[in-house]
Design a protein. Structure first.
Ligand code: GMT
Length: 378
C-alpha cells in the first residue's frame, strides 16, 4: 500500500509511535510518506520506501496565527495525488484529522480515506477543552477509521464525546530486536561507577509526567539503597526538576541528559524505570523499558494496568504516593531473586503481547478494512 502519515514530529509518544509504525510498514514492503512540518525525531530514512514531505507554513502580516492546518491539508492533497496514496493515517486528532478531512474533500471524487489514531492528551486534555470539544468530536465522527492505543482511551473517548462510530484498540508496540536487555553494558556501570543502582526517567517533562516526583523518589530510595537517577528529555518542568535536585542536595546523584533519540541504547543501562505520571493512556516508555528487561515502577492510571501487571512484570502505585513508589524501587533493588523474576517477566510481556511483529499486522488489517468500506482505496 501507499500510506501517508502525519504526526507531531517533536519529542512525544504519538510522534514516536507514528514514526516507528512508518518505518516498520516500509520494512514490510509498503511505501510510506511522512507529511509533517519537520522531520520526525526518530526518522532515519535508510529505506527507499520512506519519504518525507515538509509542510511549509508561510506567514503574512494579516495572519496573527499562521494557518498550519490549511497548509497541511493542501500538502496532504498534493502528496496523495502525486504519489497516488491509498490512505492517510494521522496521529493525534487535532488538527491532523481536520486537515485530512479537507484533503479528502479536495480530492473528490477520487477516494482518499483516512484513519485517525487517538493517543491520549488529544482526548483527555485538548479534546475535553471547551474550545476544541466540538471539532474533536467532529474529527472522530468523520474519520474513515479510528484507533485508540488502549481500552482505557477507547472508553474515555466514548464517555467524553459520546461518539457512536466503532473504535479499534491497537496498542503501542516495541521492536523487540532493537530493545533488548544488555547486562554486560549495564555491569560496566557507565552511569554509576561506584556500583549504584540506576533509576531512569524518560519523557517530555510536561506537568502530566510529574518529573519532580522522580527526584523525590530518588531521595527516599537513597535512604536505603545507593542509587543514581538518569533523567532523559526536556520540557517545561526541566528547571523545576533541576532545582529540586539542588534543594535536596542530590546534584551528584542525578544526571540530566536532555533530549536523546536513541533511547534503545540508554534503557538497558537502567535497573528500574520511573514513570510517576498523572495520566498515561498507554505508557510507551514503560513498554520500551520492559522489552529491555527493566521493570517499571509506575502509577495506576489510564492504560498502564493494561500493560503492567502489578507485582508480576512491574509495580503500580497511586499518583503522588512517593513513599509507596520508592518502597517498590527499594524492594526490587534489595532482593535479587525478586528483581530477576520481575525483569524476566517484563521482557516476556513485551515479547509476547506488544512486539511490533504482533501489532503492525493489526494496522495492516485495519487499513484493508477501511479501504474495503465504500468504494475501496484509490
Ligand atoms: O505525553 C506524551 O508523552 C506525549 C503523548 C502524545 O500524544 O504525543 O503521549 C501519549 O501517546 C503515547 C503513544 O501512544 C502513549 O504511550 C502515552 O501514554 C500518551 N501520553 C499520555 O497519555 C499522557
Amino acid at each position: 500500500m501507499r500510506i501517508g502519515i502525519t504526526c507531531y514530529p517533536t519529542y512525544g509518544g504519538s510522534g514516536i509511535v507514528a514514526t516507528e509504525l512508518g518505518l516498520e510498514l516500509a520494512a514490510r514492503g509498503h511505501e510510506v510518506h511522512f507529511i509533517c512540518y519537520a522531520s520526525p525525531i526518530r526518522l532515519d530514512p535508510e529505506s527507499a520506501r520512506v519519504h518525507y514531505h515538509e509542510v511549509e507554513v508561510s506567514t503574512y502580516p494579516l495572519f496573527q496565527y499562521p494557518p498550519y492546518s490549511l497548509a497541511l491539508a493542501s500538502r496532504m492533497a498534493e502528496v496523495a495525488e502525486h504519489h497516488r496514496l491509498d490512505l492517510l493515517h494521522v496521529h493525534y486528532a487535532l488538527p491532523h484529522s481536520i486537515s485530512a478531512l479537507l484533503a479528502r474533500q479536495m480530492l473528490e471524487p477520487r477516494r482518499l480515506p483516512f484513519v485517525t489514531t487517538l493517543h491520549g492528551t488529544d482526548i483527555t486534555l485538548v479534546g475535553a477543552d471547551r474550545s476544541y470539544f466540538r471539532i474533536t468530536k467532529f474529527a472522530i465522527e468523520h474519520s474513515d477509521g479510528v484507533t485508540c492505543v488502549s481500552e482505557y482511551l477507547r472508553r474515555r473517548t466514548v464517555e467524553v464525546f459520546g461518539v457512536a462510530n466503532p473504535i479499534r484498540v491497537i496498542t503501542n508496540f516495541v521492536n523487540c530486536e532493537l530493545y533488548q536487555p544488555d547486562p554486560e553494558r549495564r555491569a560496566r556501570g557507565e552511569w554509576a561507577p561506584r556500583g549504584e543502582k540506576v533509576l531512569m526517567h524518560i519523557s517530555n517533562f510536561r506537568p502530566v509526567k510529574r518529573v519532580t516526583d522522580c527526584i523525590r523518589i530518588l531521595h527516599a530510595v537513597r535512604r536505603h539503597v545507593a542509587a543514581h537517577l538518569v533523567m532523559v528529555g526536556d520540557g517545561p518542568d526541566y528547571t523545576a526538576a533541576q532545582n529540586l535536585a539542588c534543594e535536596l542536595a542530590l546534584e551528584q546523584h542525578v544526571t540530566f541528559l536532555g533530549k536523546q533519540s536513541r533511547v534503545h541504547r540508554l534503557l538497558p543501562l537502567a535497573h528500574v524505570l520511573l514513570l510517576p505520571s498523572e495520566m498515561e493512556s498507554f505508557g510507551l516508555v514503560a513498554l520500551e523499558a520492559m522489552a529491555c528487561g527493566v521493570p517499571p515502577v509506575a502509577t495506576r492510571v489510564g492504560g498502564l494496568p493494561e500493560l503492567v501487571t502489578h507485582g508480576v512484570d512491574g509495580f503500580l502505585e497511586p499518583v503522588g504516593d512517593i513513599e509507596a513508589q520508592a518502597a517498590r524501587v527499594v524492594e526490587l533493588l534489595s532482593d535479587s531473586r525478586l528483581y530477576e523474576r520481575v525483569s524476566a517477566a517484563a521482557r516476556l510481556t513485551a515479547q509476547g503481547r506488544f512486539c511490533s511483529t504482533l501489532i503492525i499486522p493489526q494496522y495492516e488489517q485495519y487499513y484493508r478494512e477501511v479501504c474495503e468500506q465504500g468504494a475501496g482505496c484509490a
